[in-house]
Design a protein around this ligand. Structure first.
Ligand code: PEP
Length: 235
């Protein structure tokens, strides 16, 4: 199981360091087995890491250069970061990243050997058009993505479930993950309003290999409780 937390533009360098220290202590003391990943804001990427995989929420596909406002490989390497989130719905829909730009980013960080958590997910109007339209939409988000990459993790995150408190039914999550499993033999995370009170049931579903948690990851005690839920699925 994998339990990943996406802080988005929340937390500071100081609060991230305190969070990671506490989380690291929990997972060491309780000897938990799930892989824990945290994606803090770029300013906090130098925070403590041990068993926790700390990754970038975004980076430019270049070693360095004239890319104002961006973080590139050189800056990630300085902090030993080799994990990245690519294709998150907020980057696609709020920041306007095209599939072409996302695929370029993917190819670059794959070439660098990064662990990549690659996000896909549909808006509500697509889901309402039925399964064929939904699967075609998700397929379009996989264009240019090498699905055989050994360090790939997929996160299925319906756009309408992110930060809204809404989730698909458990059977819809299971159906979708099972359909994805037929094309992608990689760990499949579910994301979108995962909370302390629904994480265990979601992780118990077939073909769900973990969760990607946004808002609810900001509370370290709650996040750790989700790691413990994942542990039960591992055993
Ligand atoms: C996310 O940002 O990836 C996410 C799933 O957010 P939330 O858990 O807040 O819906």
């Amino acid at each position: 199981m994998i339990v990943a937390g996406n802080f988005k533009a929340n937390m500071t360098r100081k609060s991230t360091a305190a969070y990671l220290e506490k989380l690291e202590q929990y997972i060491t003391e309780k000897e938990t087995t799930p892989q824990v990943m945290i994606f803090p804001p770029a300013t906090a990427l130098d925070s403590l890491k041990g068993k926790i995989l700390v990754g970038a929420q975004n980076a430019y596909p270049a070693q360095n250069g004239a890319f104002t406002g961006e973080t590139a490989l050189e800056q990630l390497e300085e902090f030993g970061i080799d994990t990245i989130l690519i294709g998150h719905s907020e980057r696609r829909h709020v920041l306007g990243e095209s599939q072409e730009a996302i695929a370029q980013k993917y190819a670059f960080y794959k070439e660098q050997g990064f662990t990549i958590v690659y996000c896909i997910g549909e808006p509500l109007e697509i889901r309402e058009e039925g399964n064929d339209v939904l699967m075609a939409y998700l397929d379009a988000q996989l264009v240019g993505i090498d699905l055989s990459y050994e360090k790939l993790v997929i996160a299925y995150e319906p756009v309408w479930a992110i930060g809204t408190g809404l989730t698909p039914s458990n059977s819809d999550i299971e159906l979708l993950h099972t359909a994805l499993r037929h094309k992608i033999e990689k760990p499949l995370l579910y994301g979108g309003s995962v909370k302390v009170n629904n994480a265990a049931e979601i992780m118990a579903l077939d073909n769900v290999d973990g969760v990607l948690v946004g808002g609810a990851s900001l509370d370290v005690d709650g996040f750790f409780s989700m790691v413990e839920d994942a542990q039960k699925c591992d055993s």
